[in-house]
Design a protein around this ligand. Structure first.
Ligand code: CA
Length: 77
């Protein structure tokens, strides 16, 4: 993405519509910044993290050395 080979991104395709969203580390609400080989989105998972009844997306960045990372974001339409 954006010239950073292997930085990674996640594309969300909403059911029942043709709308999509792209999430990457260069978005303001995502911690860090996209760097080569971060692998953002390599192993996505879903959970209702804040228990509000809406599924949240959890995305890892296996290429980043952080002691602990928890990323949860509601994906706006
Ligand atoms: Ca939620």
């Amino acid at each position: 993405m954006g010239g950073d080979a292997g930085a990674g991104l996640v594309r969300v395709v909403y059911g029942g519509s043709e709308s999509t969203a792209q999430i990457d580390q260069d978005l303001g609400r995502v911690p860090g910044g996209a760097k080569p080989n971060d692998g953002f989105g390599q192993s996505p998972a879903t959970v209702d993290y804040d228990q509000d009844g809406y599924t949240d997306l959890v995305v890892s960045t296996p290429g980043v050395r952080w002691s602990a990372v928890v990323t949860a974001a509601a994906v706006p339409r």
